[in-house]
Every structure is written in structure tokens, then in C-alpha cells.
Design a protein around this ligand. Structure first.
Ligand SMILES: Nc1ncnc2c1ncn2[C@@H]1O[C@H](COP(=O)(O)OP(=O)(O)OP(=O)(O)O)[C@@H](O)[C@H]1O
Ligand SMILES: [Mg+2]
Length: 244
């Protein structure tokens, strides 16, 4: 019998900012090997769910489990070390550092856990820059990279943590179509190597083509969860997008 291993599970997750209920009792569980696309209109709570998962703005109520262990009260560095890495909607890189220096930033590498020496880290950093095809820019200031290249740098840096689950927030937003294709390709490569993904995107063609499962938020609530085909036809989803 095939074993269904739950990698990630949020149960009744809620987050409020003042009187604004950004996330309202959201629940879903994700099995190993699924590639989840998280979609929904602006302000629907997508980033809030990623922020809660990565410990930046913890849940007010509810629970989050990663590989069976509760993480909803853990701080960001502990969650990163546990195996969850993320990228941000607006690339959080250090513009005055080179691409390679960005890769080696404390807090983003396994060195913080005392796991690897600097020589090994530098070798891995170069491998990942090569993996996303920006090795030629290793010694360029990050400020000189295009928006798409910064997204690739963020993505490569997330790999320094050797994550088992990656949370990507709008990895295709406002970047050149060729780089969108490159990121899609790398996500598929990593998925084939056993890394699980939750990808937030407004690029519906890209995310529908990539994800095996689509979870839809609207006004902080989960309104649909299913295959890309099913979700595309869902009247509630169409209404949420068109109804503003
Ligand atoms: N740090 C914060 N402080 C106050 N309100 C916040 C904060 N983060 C999010 N919100 C509010 O929570 C709600 C959900 O926001 P969130 O950023 O999660 O939406 P989103 O689905 O990621 O939207 P977008 O597609 O525009 O990125 C919004 O009403 C937003 O204004
Ligand atoms: Mg967002």
C-alpha cells in the first residue's frame, strides 16, 4: 500500500492585524510529492499564510505542522533550520553585497547550525548560482542584477539551507518570460529531487501549469482546493476573482 506522508498541515489557522482578519480558520494538509499553488485575489491572505508558516507573524490561533511536528510557535531561524525555506514577494537581498556574498549571509546557511565549513559552503553557493544560471554574476553587486535575476538569487540562496519544503511568494511577478521559464524548470528539477513546494502566484497560466493542486484563498478564507482543472471551473473562484 502506498504511504501517504503528510509534509505540511495547517489547521484552523487564523491571523488578525488589528480588526483585519487576514487569515480565518484556514485548514489544509499537503502530502509529500504534491506541488501546491496558492492563489487568490490581492489581500486574500496568501503572504500571511507564508509568514505564519515561516514564523514571521505567528498564528493567533490554530496550528501548523511540518513533518508531523508543531511549528506554529517556533521562531523563524528554528523553522528555517527545521527544513522550510522561503522567498519573498519583493526579493530580500543585500544590494551592496555581491551575489556570492548574499548566498553566504548568516541566517541563510547551514553554517549557523555548525554543520558545514566555509569552503564547502562556498562550493555549494557557486553550484546553486550555476543551477539558476547566474554564476557569471557571482562577483557582481546584487544591486546591478535585474528584478528577475534577484529573484533567482533569492531562490538560490534559499537552497543554501538544504530545505525539504520551499515557500515561494510570487516568484514570477514582473520578471522576463525567459526567466519565468527558467524558474519553472528549476522548481520542477527540485521537485524531482524530493523537495516540496508551496508557490504563491498571480500568474494563473504559470501556476496552473506547474501545480498538481491549487488552494484558493479569498478574504482570508479557503474557498477552493483541488486540481487546476477543477479550480479553474469553480464558480466561487471565478466570482472571487471577478467580484473584486
Ligand atoms: N504586517 C501587516 N500589518 C497589517 N496588515 C497586514 C500585514 N500583512 C498583511 N496585512 C493585511 O492582511 C490582509 C492579507 O494580506 P496578504 O499580504 O496576506 O495578502 P496577499 O494574498 O498576499 O495579497 P497580494 O496578492 O496583494 O500579495 C490584507 O488586508 C493586508 O492588508
Ligand atoms: Mg502577498
Amino acid at each position: 500500500m502506498a504511504e501517504h506522508q503528510t509534509v505540511f498541515e495547517v489547521q484552523d489557522g487564523s491571523v488578525a492585524f488589528g480588526g483585519n482578519q487576514a487569515l480565518s480558520s484556514v485548514s489544509f494538509a499537503m502530502e509529500k510529492g504534491q506541488l501546491v499553488g496558492l492563489i487568490g485575489p490581492n489581500g486574500s491572505g496568501k503572504t500571511t499564510l507564508l509568514n505564519a508558516t515561516s514564523g514571521i507573524y505567528p498564528l493567533d490561533a490554530g496550528s501548523i505542522r511540518f513533518e508531523g511536528r508543531p511549528i506554529e510557535k517556533a521562531p523563524p531561524h528554528a523553522i528555517a533550520r527545521a527544513g522550510i525555506a522561503r522567498t519573498f514577494q519583493i526579493a530580500r537581498i543585500f544590494p551592496r553585497m555581491t551575489a556570492l556574498e548574499n548566498m553566504l549571509t548568516p541566517g541563510f546557511t547551514t553554517r549557523d547550525a555548525g554543520a558545514e565549513d566555509r569552503v564547502t559552503l562556498i562550493r555549494r553557493a557557486k553550484e546553486y548560482l550555476d543551477f539558476v544560471d547566474i554564476a557569471d554574476f557571482a562577483h557582481e553587486q546584487a544591486a546591478d542584477l535585474s528584478g528577475g535575476q534577484r529573484m533567482l538569487l533569492q531562490f538560490a540562496r534559499a537552497l543554501m539551507l538544504k530545505p525539504r519544503l520551499m515557500l515561494l511568494d510570487e516568484p514570477f511577478g514582473g520578471i522576463h518570460p525567459l526567466l519565468v521559464e527558467r524558474i519553472l524548470g528549476r522548481i520542477r528539477d527540485l521537485r524531482d529531487q524530493g523537495i516540496d513546494f508551496i508557490v504563491v502566484s498571480h500568474d494563473l497560466p504559470a501556476i496552473m501549469g506547474l501545480a498538481t493542486r491549487i488552494v484558493v484563498l479569498a478574504n482570508g478564507r479557503l474557498i477552493a482546493d483541488g486540481t487546476p482543472e477543477a479550480v479553474r471551473e469553480d464558480p466561487g473562484v471565478i466570482e472571487a476573482y471577478l467580484g473584486g
